[in-house]
Design a protein around this ligand. Structure first.
Ligand code: GAR
Length: 200
């Protein structure tokens, strides 16, 4: 009987990498039935690249090009090529702060997921925890969704609420949301991987 090759994740991030860390732990513990094949970042000195290197995961910094909020055409082609070369089955965005466009999404159709720190469709975009505090909501949360060409607007896969406290600051609320992300995102990724493996 031939062994099936492990399901392969490609993780993209721009920041500290706390979500990456929890996903890597989930893979190592077998809670996510996959391995991390590649980590890519648009920020050369990002925490996510250092964490991945420390774990011996292949990494690459790919400069995003001239735009502030998206990849330029040649950068996008480089991201696609790197992920295809690594034979990635699912692209996992973990704090990747650029919008992905048509060419990328066509290359990985139905296979790009993102975590966002609010209950979408409320508070898409930057600093969603600050937006929630400013709006005075009593609950915000975490959303995992498939990625489309909009800003945090693709089909929702799962959500988890987080209460807002009277004395919350932007920092305390973001920290509590991130604690939830670190448990919730690996669980949802595991479900998505299971579905994709069953679909063949
Ligand atoms: C996370 O809170 C994630 O939800 C958010 O960036 C942070 C990255 O933290 N993503 C977005 O706002 C996407 N719109 P990390 O680098 O420690 O995982």
């Amino acid at each position: 009987m031939s062994e099936q090759r492990p399901f392969r994740l490609g993780v993209l991030g721009s920041g500290l990498g706390s979500n990456f860390d929890s996903i890597a732990q989930g893979c190592a513990a077998g809670a996510i039935p996959a391995e991390i094949a590649l980590v890519l970042s648009d920020v050369e000195d990002s925490g996510i690249l250092s964490s991945a290197k420390a774990l011996g995961v292949p990494t690459s910094f790919i400069a995003p090009g001239k735009f502030r909020t998206k990849l330029d055409e040649s950068a996008e082609a480089e991201y696609i090529a790197a992920l295809q070369e690594a034979e990635v089955d699912l692209v996992v965005l973990a704090g990747f702060m650029r919008i992905l466009k048509g060419e990328f999404l066509r290359a990985f159709e139905g296979r790009v997921v993102n975590v966002h720190p609010s209950l979408l469709p409320s508070f898409p975009g930057l600093e969603a925890w600050k937006q929630a505090l400013d709006a005075g909501v009593k609950y915000t949360g975490v959303t995992v969704h498939y990625v489309d060409q909009g800003i945090d607007s693709g089909p929702i896969i799962a959500q988890e609420p987080v209460p807002v406290r009277e004395d919350d600051t932007p920092e305390s609320l973001h920290a509590r949301i991130q604690e939830v992300e670190q448990v919730f995102y690996p669980k949802v990724i595991s479900t998505v991987v299971g579905r994709l493996m069953n679909d063949g």
